[in-house]
Design a protein around this ligand. Structure first.
Ligand SMILES: CC(=O)N[C@H]1[C@@H](OP(=O)(O)OP(=O)(O)OC[C@H]2O[C@@H](n3ccc(=O)[nH]c3=O)[C@H](O)[C@@H]2O)O[C@H](CO)[C@@H](O)[C@@H]1O
Ligand SMILES: C=C(OP(=O)(O)O)C(=O)O
Length: 425
């Protein structure tokens, strides 16, 4: 039976305390998929985030034939992919998360073919998959549409010159994974530079892949015959960390982050938060985010890494409603990433949208009300807004938030937030 999750948020408290940054969603998903390439032995992934997308990926790995042990308390996965043999990736699972597209390449290599009925994930516009399919075709795969599904046959894959029209995050990972076991040399131009991609490359190279050029925009992969199961600790989630920093900022508090030196992964976002009046400091293995003075307005343009991360744009919009002046946002990665605007308007925010541009006039006094988590980052941004709103904010469709943020209530309550979780039948 489907249930609805709702988060009740009561504003007015400056957050103070320590929060553990979760493992990176956008590194865990490609690693679970890539672990299917190990034909013997068991892969151990540590620092796995306890989020719904990971649960979906585990389901999909099991469905294709892997044995997966999920030790949630230890944030640990053990994957035995020796029996992977099922090439069918069904829509009822794949359309529940974007990361399902990352299973195409491993299953293609293991089964010689794969049938895929499409990806899910946040509704942010078209979110095409043509870069993935074109790259696989250039490696020699045969691709055809079969009704609502895509059927891909490996045939004789050969190393080739590939490119991405734009540096797609999962497109990069998908094609690198495909090239690791493709005979010959593959070069991919215009690849993503996101830190998670580098973590995936490190994981694949530990498995025995031969990948160079990570972080340069041009990656070279020399195909090998086999990849082995290894142990790997997933990097911290920079988006989770950025949201926690903005939780401190929007409430005028101080949050200490444990789990990795993420400031280096913030890229332009670090400078934008500091310009708004957020103080970020690293002290040994911890990062502290503090805001004591006024919040200044800001201008941001989302871009691929190290540009301002699109996944942090909604949280920054919520923060900008409290800034003393007008902020200008420009969303250049996803076609439709302003679902937050109408929900913040219900709380009293003053935001206007013109195409990819949004203008946020602050400061606004926000009032708690019932709002909808239209997607993952809209949902968490409404929680941030609720932390500073008068009264209680009820964030409905809360399962969207749990797709990408773990232990929301326990981590925020530990910081002094008034937040609780309700599950409705
Ligand atoms: C599971 C995962 O890692 N999700 C992240 C990944 O999504 P994802 O990898 O899907 O995002 P992409 O970088 O591929 O997409 C960026 C843009 O490229 C377009 N595009 C992409 C692929 C393709 O084949 N054709 C095409 O046109 C998309 O429509 C979108 O407009 O990167 C996004 C951009 O940083 C993040 O918001 C997501 O959190
Ligand atoms: C867009 C996001 O995720 P996904 O690509 O998994 O939908 C996100 O993490 O903000």
């Amino acid at each position: 039976m489907m249930t609805e999750v709702r988060f009740h948020v009561r504003g007015g408290t400056a957050l103070r305390g320590t929060a553990v940054i979760q493992g990176a969603k956008n590194a865990a998903l490609p690693m679970i998929a890539a672990a299917l390439l190990a034909t013997e032995g068991r892969t151990v992934l540590r620092n796995v985030p306890a989020i719904a997308d990971v649960a979906r990926a585990v389901e999909l790995a099991r469905l294709v034939g892997a044995t997966v042990e999920y030790h949630a308390g230890d944030r640990l996965l053990i994957i035995d992919a020796s029996a992977v043999a099922n090439p069918l990736l069904p829509a009822e699972l794949t359309r529940r998360f974007r990361g399902s597209v990352l299973f195409l390449s491993p299953v293609l290599h293991r089964c010689g073919e794969v049938t895929y009925e499409g990806a899910g994930g946040c509704n942010l516009g078209t979110r095409g998959l043509d870069f993935h399919y074109r790259g696989l075709a250039r490696l020699g795969a045969h691709i055809e549409e079969r009704g609502s599904a895509i059927w891909i046959k490996a045939g004789q894959l050969r190393g080739s010159e590939l490119y991405l029209d734009t540096p797609s995050h999962t497109g990069t990972e998908s094609l690198i994974i495909a090239a690791t076991l493709t005979p010959g040399r593959t070069v991919i131009e215009n690849v993503a530079l996101e830190p998670e991609v580098l973590d995936v490359i490190a994981f694949l190279n530990a498995m025995g892949a031969r990948i160079t050029g990570g972080g340069t925009g041009r990656v070279v992969i020399d195909g090998v015959d086999q990849l082995r199961a290894v142990e790997h600790t997933i990097m911290p989630d920079r988006i989770d960390a950025g949201v926690l920093c903005m939780a401190a900022a929007i409430t005028g508090g101080q949050v200490t982050l444990v789990g990795g030196d993420v400031i280096d992964h913030f890229g332009v976002a670090k400078h934008k938060l500091e310009q708004m009046g957020v103080h970020l400091a690293s002290s040994g293995a911890v990062t502290t985010a503090t805001r004591t003075g006024p919040l200044h307005p800001i201008n941001i343009i989302t871009d691929t890494h190290p540009g301002f991360a699109t996944d942090l744009q909604p949280s920054l919009m919520a923060l900008a409603t409290q800034a003393s002046g007008t902020s200008y946002l420009r969303e250049r990665i996803h076609e439709a990433r302003y679902a937050l605007v109408s929900e913040l308007a219900k709380m009293g925010a003053d935001i206007t949208v013109d195409g990819e541009k949004a203008v946020v006039r602050g400061p606004s006094t926000l009032s708690g009300t019932e709002v909808v988590a239209r997607d993952l980052r809209t949902g968490i941004s409404l929680v941030l807004a609720g932390l500073v709103a008068d009264g209680e904010t009820v964030v409905t469709n809360g399962s969207m938030i749990e797709r990408g943020h773990s232990d929301l209530v326990s981590r925020f309550v530990a910081l002094g937030a008034g937040i609780s979780r309700e599950e409705l039948p």
